[in-house]
Write a protein that binds this ligand. Structure first.
Ligand code: G1P
Length: 290
């Protein structure tokens, strides 16, 4: 089995769900406590054992690249001021993985964004991280999928259960549960954002995928689908028929950081990890309870 070393983070979207905050700032740079949300994604990738990350960017996304680049003037300033811990925080994003970027020149959809990374990924399996999906887990969500891939050799995507009223916000998968592991699904059907009536199940795709490089041929053949965009889900549905595709009910808590409510909850979740901040939140809630 080829070892997984690379990942793609599509980050070319305009962030319209978050206007006006995202008028002049990439949504991936909005902070979760004191880190841009995309840093949490790259940290998950590094913790999962990923060595190289390709970020698919577009117009107005240069701050993302700057964030993962060295900043010698700032590092010097912090060193001279004796602020070593802060200096380490500034250096950290540069040390996580080897980073490259590729531009998606037109907003033709998530599937097209992944296809833009084809040359940089080459002929090896890779992980896709959708940066809106933040997952807090003991074992990084991507690592859980990589372990399934290592055991099966097939592409695998992260799944979670949602209510029927929410199916129209997600890719929805249906298939057969593996006889020896209730969390492993052999996917037979995959539909992008079906209505509650049309949804073949309530198993929603979360933005973590391990993909074999065959996906690129399927993406190249995929016609625009829902929203007139080239959908990764459609290419995966076609690939599932020929090569098989797995779903994994991952362990962990997922936050939709691309949604204002989900973003707020993500901030609370990560604030909980710093006792001083969590005390502040609790005091605030207590004093504002009706
Ligand atoms: C994308 C995918 C969808 C998936 C979702 C997870 O949709 O197309 O299949 O369920 O991410 O967050 P988006 O939310 O980018 O519209």
């Amino acid at each position: 089995m080829t070892r997984i070393r690379k990942a793609v983070i599509p980050a070319a979207g305009m962030g319209t769900r978050f206007l006006p905050a995202t008028k002049a700032i990439p949504k991936e740079m909005l902070p979760i406590v004191n880190k841009p949300s995309i840093q949490l994604i790259v940290e998950e990738a590094a913790a999962a054992g990923i060595e190289q990350v390709v970020i698919v960017t577009g117009r107005g996304k240069t701050e993302i690249v700057d964030h993962f680049d060295a900043h010698p003037a700032l590092e010097d300033l912090l060193r001279r001021g004796g602020k070593e811990a802060l200096r380490q925080e500034v250096i950290r994003p540069t040390q996580l993985v080897k980073l490259s970027t590729v531009r998606q020149q037109r907003p033709l959809g998530l599937g097209h964004a992944i296809l833009c990374a084809r040359e940089l990924i080459g002929d090896e399996p890779f992980v896709v991280f959708l940066p809106d999906d933040l997952v807090d887990a003991q074992v990084p969500c991507a690592r859980q999928l990589m372990d399934v891939y290592d055991a099966t050799g097939k592409s695998v995507l992260a799944l979670m259960n949602v209510s029927r009223s929410e199916t129209s916000q997600y890719g929805i998968a249906a298939g057969d549960v593996d006889p020896s592991d209730p969390r492993l699904l052999h996917i037979k059907t995959l539909v992008e954002k079906p209505s509650a009536e049309e949804a073949p199940s309530t198993l929603a795709v979360v933005g973590r995928y391990v993909l074999t490089p065959d996906i690129f041929d399927y993406l190249a053949k995929t016609n625009p689908g829902r929203g007139d965009e080239i959908q990764l889900t459609d290419a995966l549905a076609a690939m599932a028929k020929d090569h098989g595709l797995h779903g994994w009910l991952f362990d962990g808590e997922r936050f939709d950081a691309g949604d204002v409510g989900g973003y707020l909850l993500a901030n609370l979740n990560w604030a909980r990890k710093t006792p001083r901040l969590w005390d502040l939140v609790q005091q605030y809630v207590k004093s504002h309870q009706r």
